[in-house]
Each structure stands twice: as C-alpha cells, then as structure tokens.
Ligand binder design. Structure first.
Ligand SMILES: Cc1cc2nc3c(=O)[nH]c(=O)nc-3n(C[C@H](O)[C@H](O)[C@H](O)COP(=O)(O)OP(=O)(O)OC[C@H]3O[C@@H](n4cnc5c(N)ncnc54)[C@H](O)[C@@H]3O)c2cc1C
Length: 454
C-alpha cells in the first residue's frame, strides 16, 4: 500500500484524510500543533475554560462539526500531533517530534499547511504590544489571553471586524478599526462578493456589530506610526480626508490578510507563478491540486480561500490521489467539489480587491523603518544596497547583500514587504522582484536536531 502523508490537520487536511479513509486507506496526518483543527478552528487546551461556541459566533456550528468529524476519524488514521516538518529532501520528510528528530518516507505527499498573516511594516511596529491579527487571535483561542485592554485594529482585512468583535466579547475596549482600503473600492467589489452571499452577509454583520457597539471604523486610512516610549501607547494615522488622528491604546493588531505558507511546497519542488491580484508568487496546481507527480497541495497553503474552500480543496486533492493510485473516480463528487472551490476562490479574489494589500504605502515607507526584525535590517539599508548593485536585482540578491529575510523566520514575515520595496526601488513589478526561495529549516529548530538528521 502506498504511504500517503498529509501535512496539516486543518479543514483541508482533515477532509482529505476522510476521503482517503472512506476508500480503505490509512494516511499519516502530521501537524505541529498539539490539537487538530488548524488555525481558524483552533481548539484550546482542555483545561482552559473558554466558551468556544460564543467565541466562534456564526462559525460555531462548523467548529463543533469539524472537531466531531476529527474524533471519528482519529482511530482510522496514523495521526502525529506536535510534529514539525522542517525540511523535505526527495521523498523524505525531516520531522521534529517532541524535540526528537526523525525522517519519514512517502509515496504521495499532500501539503495542507495553511496560511499566516501578511504584514505591512510601519514606524513603531517593533514596539512591544504590536501583534499580527492572527497572533492576537491565537492568544485568545489558544491561551485565553488578550493582547491588551484597549486594542487598535489596523490593516486591510475582513478579519479586523471579526477579531475586534471577539476581543470586545472577551472584555477588551476597541480603540479603532482602521482599514487602509477606501470604502468606494470595497463597494466596487460587491458583485464579485455575491459569489458567496452568506459569507458576505456575515462580514457586513460583523462590521455592523462594531458600529452598534460604538467602535469607530475608518476606511482609506494611511498609517503613520505606532507610538510609545517602551511599549505601545498610541496608533497615529491619517484618515481618508488626510487629517491626522491619534488613538490611545496599549496594543495594536496588524491584519493585512493572509498569505499561503508555501515553503514546504517549495522544498517539495512545486513550481511557482506570480499572481498580480494577490501580489504573491503562488504554487502552480491543476484543477484538482496536483503540483507535480506525487505532490498535491490544498487549502489556504496554496490559495487563500477560507475554511470552506480549504475543506473542498482537501477533498479534491484526495480524489486526485485516489485517481493516481488507480482507484475508480467518483466523477460527480469531483465535479461538485471543483465547482465549490472555484466559486469560493472567486469570492476570495473579490476580497483581495476589497481589502487590498497596500503596496503603494509600503513602497514609500521611510528609510528608518525596520523591515527585517530577525536581522534588524531597515528599509533604507535595502534601498542603499540596491543603489550599489549594477543591473537588475531581485529579492534573493538583496537578501544576500543585506541579510534581510535570512533570520529565524526565513523571510516569512518581511518577504512580502521586501518584494514591494525592491519592486518600487527598481521600477519593476512584483513578478520581476522575485520571491524569496524556501530554505530548510522552515521554522526555527534546535541545531542539535538538524545535526541528528544530517
Ligand atoms: C492565525 C490565523 C487565524 C485565523 N482565524 C480565522 C477566524 O477566526 N475565522 C476564519 O473564518 N478564518 C480564520 N483564519 C483563516 C482560516 O484559518 C483558514 O481559512 C482555514 O483554517 C484554512 O484551512 P487549512 O486546512 O488550509 O489550513 P489551517 O487551518 O491553517 O491548517 C494548517 C495546519 O498545518 C499545520 N502546519 C503548517 N506547517 C506545518 C509544518 N511545517 N509542519 C507540521 N504542521 C504544519 C498547522 O499547524 C495547521 O494546523 C485564520 C487564519 C490564521 C492564519
């Protein structure tokens, strides 16, 4: 029997495993987290008295259903929680399981590694008290903590209003919800957003809930700085009319949408192409999720689509695996799933336009702003290095010259902003600025563990 390994026990990985089990296969499901569910349906530790039904709001039903399905699935699969895949070498995965290094061979690999926050730096973003929006949600759902008692939400994402509601429900004050995309730009995308009317209504409801709670919501803002002596004291921005506004707060959550976690796909030799709508280099896949023979990609780790699209694309990739192993194809199920994925990803495209990545604002960031937090490289150092170089330049060359993107996070945080700085400085588009190549280890590991594996 073929060894099928799935990386990621979120909605995509779980639904893929269900489809495979239904055909009598026993996949290995690996996740670095201690509990299944992935990012959006993250389950807190059992001894944490968090009311997840209240916290998940309109998503509570899906949250409960996914965890029930996983409980039923668990005895039928080889589930390996707390196991980080930190490198891929041919058909071998390098794992770190509870600090123990291991390797695991596979015949078929499905990567469903999800997404992470895309971050736009601004002056003061390195002050203690500034979190990504996802980080703010993880603190809440994983540890039952708030990032502050008076929180400002800044960025361009439908999740700003959702997270603000979750924080308000848990007793935080909301200083402001400030979105960089102008209101008119959002309104223009409504026809595309009607592809998923229930999700659209949910988004509008969350915005309405913020307004009903008296929270100020601004659109079309230009971030100026996070201020504070040794931790966050205020968020300063220019509103849509250009007036400077200062919001006192003790924490800021930055949310500019999500970006697929593609490093593992890169190490597994997927090909990439630039997507001008998302302004990201994304892995190429066919309509079922095949990236190359034996390699399948699903969920937010390949295209941001939300939890429902992740589930459908995970199931679709599992059908591709079954077909490639010679199992009879359930053509009707495949057609239905493909239509669902296509519809939900079209909706996300609308969202990507409604909540645009602020490329133009990043391009003009002051030289003094820290770009790479791991290696402490400023925007000015990147620009100065580019001035020394003759001829075309792309992000990997800038990384070699400045160490920007060479630290602990391997450019997962600074990469998208670096791409915009390089593109703007060299007068190229994002495609020519290139993408930081994935490098092992994809996440920090102890040197001893890497040594064991060598
Ligand atoms: C921080 C965060 C918070 C979010 N909150 C919400 C929300 O409140 N509401 C909402 O609708 N959507 C939310 N989303 C979006 C939502 O999580 C996704 O749309 C959905 O979960 C995608 O499902 P998935 O299966 O593709 O990936 P995920 O659910 O992200 O699952 C991926 C899994 O892969 C695992 N993984 C990744 N890399 C490795 C590795 N190297 N080794 C081992 N395991 C690995 C991760 O631990 C994770 O469990 C959030 C996303 C993020 C990043």
């Amino acid at each position: 029997m073929a060894d099928i390994v799935i990386i990621g026990a979120g909605p995509a990985g779980i639904s893929a495993a269900e489809v495979l089990c239904a055909q009598g296969l026993r996949p290995i499901l690996i996740d670095e987290g201690a509990r299944a569910g992935g990012q959006g349906y993250r389950r807190p530790a059992d001894d944490l008295a968090l009311d997840m039904t209240r916290l998940m709001g309109s998503e509570a039903g899906k949250y409960v259903a996914l965890h029930r399905r996983f409980a039923a699935l668990r005895p039928k699969i080889d589930y390996r929680p707390r196991t980080l895949v930190w490198a891929i070498d041919g058909n071998q995965l390098h794992l770190l399981c509870d600090a123990r290094a291991e390797t695991l061979a596979f015949d078929r690999l499905l990567i469903a590694s999800g997404a992470m926050d895309r971050v736009a730096p601004l002056p003061g973003w390195t002050l203690p008290g500034v979190f990504t929006l996802g980080g703010a949600q993880v603190a809440l759902k994983d540890q039952g903590c708030l990032i502050g008692s008076r929180v400002a939400f800044l960025g361009s994402s439908p999740l700003l209003a959702l997270a603000a509601k979750q924080y308000r429900d848990m007793g935080a004050q909301i200083a402001v919800i400030a979105d960089t995309t102008p209101f008119a730009a959002k309104a223009a995308t409504i026809p595309a957003l009607l592809r998923a009317p229930r999700t659209l209504l949910r988004g509008i409801w969350y915005m309405g809930a913020s307004l009903r709670a008296g929270t100020e919501m601004l659109h079309g803002v230009t971030p100026i700085a996070v201020e504070g002596a040794d931790r966050v004291e205020a968020l300063v921005l220019a509103d849509a009319r250009g007036r400077e506004r200062r919001f006192a707060c003790d924490a800021v959550a930055l949310g500019y949408g999500l970006k697929p976690e593609t490093q593992l796909a890169d190490l597994a030799r997927a090909e990439f192409a630039y997507d001008p709508d998302f302004r990201l280099h994304l892995p190429r896949i066919d309509s079922l999720g095949r990236a190359r023979p034996g390699l399948y990609l699903a969920g937010d780790g390949v295209r941001i689509g939300g939890a429902d699209a992740a589930e459908a694309s995970g199931a679709l990739a599992a059908h591709a695996i079954l077909a490639d192993l010679g199992h009879p194809q359930d053509s009707e199920a495949v057609r239905r799933l493909a239509r669902q994925v296509e519809r939900l990803r079209a909706f996300q495209l609308g969202l990507a336009r409604a909540f645009a990545w602020p490329a133009a604002q990043i391009a003009v960031l002051p030289d003094s702003v820290t770009l790479c937090r791991c290696e402490n490289v400023t925007v000015g150092e990147v620009r100065a290095a580019m001035e020394k170089e003759l001829g075309p330049i792309e992000v990997n060359r800038v990384k070699a010259m400045t160490r920007c993107g060479m630290g602990r996070c391997q450019g997962r945080v600074c990469g998208p902003a670096l791409q915009e700085i390089v593109a703007a400085k060299s007068g190229q588009d994002g495609a020519c600025a290139g993408r930081l190549r994935g490098q092992a280890p994809v996440k920090p590991i102890a040197l001893a563990a890497a040594g064991d594996a060598a």
